[in-house]
Ligand binder design. Structure first.
Ligand code: IPM
Ligand code: MG
Length: 416
């Protein structure tokens, strides 16, 4: 964050005294931002070649623990994958890499969102499963480093944050396509404070950035039997940026006449998600970054808590899979890390398997998670010692996954 320290605007003063070269500084600052973004948008417009990870063998999967409960739940997910992918690993088709060091301590010590050596190791993988990382917020007394998540999404241009939410007994089957690199996040660490007077943050939405996420949402709908795509926005107030998003949305919708396209303002959308009578009518959502951040936490809560939802961060050359929740440092402080719920990271792991071409294993993990968390609930995690441990829950899931009657059981529950 840049501080134009030479501006004094104390209350009661009529004239803001502008000293030195404020205007030059401000102009240069804004100019640099615009140049950088022009460059970025140009790049994304020409980046249309996606690696097909279902065909890439051997494929390298990185496991990045993160902070707080991160390493514990990532370990559990890895243990399960190791068992399920045993043959593929033995044949050398799948390679696992442990990547250590993405911790808050290291980030603070090096004053970087991701230490260089960690970044290099991630770059050597094709896809990676990442545990939550603690994000310092302004004013917390921790140096104001950029969030590791936000940095990784931008660094690898992981523009699509895909978050599915299912509530089976209500027939809710939502999938959110959250734009992941723009909006208030693009320049979130580049706001300006005119000292003690006011601050400005920048919201950026590009045509190319909107196009690629919206197209992905419609393509997904088309290929997976969904009949409706809903764009979430606040174009009645934030006219320029959300105006672009909506314009692109309806342009693209024209190529998909068989799919119903509609748009809702973010405020009423958050209300509709708790409207039990209507919410299951929504199917695919596409949203700018911050609205997507907020709405997907709400949706996950409806599914059973943020601890149950997984997410994929997709780019053309890399993909990162993660839980949607934070690092829960309090659980570690209170020595409860072994009771952490691994559901969301295991859901992320199943999304990863689907993305890299192991659809049938992914499907089994999904069914096992649903049976375990939404129906059978034989082993229940509470986050405390009155519930199961992470490992016990993992064993329960494994027993469901390998059960030849899993699908039958699942159908039975669904149709009950
Ligand atoms: C998420 C998280 C992140 C975000 C935070 C940790 C920066 O809330 O993945 O939804 O805001 O995107
Ligand atoms: Mg969030």
């Amino acid at each position: 964050m840049l501080k134009f320290k030479n501006v004094k605007g104390e209350s009661g003063m009529k004239i803001i005294k502008i000293e030195d070269n404020l205007w030059e500084q401000a102009k240069k600052y804004f100019e640099d931002i615009i140049r950088e973004q022009m460059e970025r948008v140009k790049k994304i417009s020409s980046d249309t070649e996606f690696i097909d990870f279902t065909k890439l063998r051997p494929i390298k999967i990185g496991f990045v623990g993160g902070d707080g409960i991160g390493p514990y739940i990532v370990d559990e997910a890895k243990r399960i994958l190791q068992i399920l992918l045993k043959d593929e690993i033995e044949k050398g088709n799948v390679i696992f890499k442990d990547i250590e060091g993405l911790t808050l301590e290291r980030r603070i010590k090096e004053m970087k969102p991701v230490p260089d050596d960690v970044l290099e190791k991630i770059r050597e993988c094709n896809v990676f499963l990442k545990g939550p990382t603690t994000t310092p917020k302004a004013g917390e007394g921790i140096p104001n480093i950029e969030s590791a998540n936000v940095f990784l999404r931008k660094e690898f241009d992981l523009f699509a944050n895909v978050r599915p939410v299912k509530v089976l007994n209500e027939k809710i089957n939502w999938i959110f396509f959250r734009e992941n690199t723009e909006d208030l996040y693009a320049l979130g660490s580049k706001g300006i404070e005119f000292e003690n007077t006011f601050g400005i943050d920048f919201r950026l939405i590009s045509y190319a950035g909107s196009r690629r996420i919206i197209k992905m949402a419609f393509e997904y709908a088309k290929n997976n039997g969904f009949k409706r795509v809903t764009a979430v926005n606040k174009a009645n107030v934030i006219k320029t940026t959300d105006g672009i998003f909506l314009k692109v949305f309806y342009e693209i919708a024209r190529d998909y006449p068989e799919i119903q396209a509609d748009d809702w303002f973010i405020d009423i959308m958050t209300a509709k998600l708790i409207d039990v009578k209507r919410r299951s009518e929504f199917q695919v959502f596409v949203l700018p970054n911050l609205f997507g951040d907020i709405l997907t936490d709400e949706a996950a809560e409806i599914q059973g808590g943020v601890g149950t939802a997984g997410s994929a961060n997709i780019g053309s050359k890399y993909a990162m899979f993660e839980a949607i929740h934070g690092s829960a440092p309090r659980m570690v402080q209170e020595n409860r890390q072994h009771y952490a719920d691994p559901s969301s990271i295991i859901k992320a792991a199943s999304m990863m398997l689907e993305y890299i071409g192991f659809q049938s294993i992914a499907k089994k993990i999904d069914m096992a998670l649903d049976v375990a968390n939404q129906f059978e609930r034989k082993v229940v995690i509470t986050g405390r010692n009155d519930g199961a441990t992470t490992r016990e829950f993992g064993d329960y899931l494994l027993s469901l996954i390998v059960d030849p009657k899993l699908e039958e059981k699942y159908d039975e529950f669904i149709n009950a």
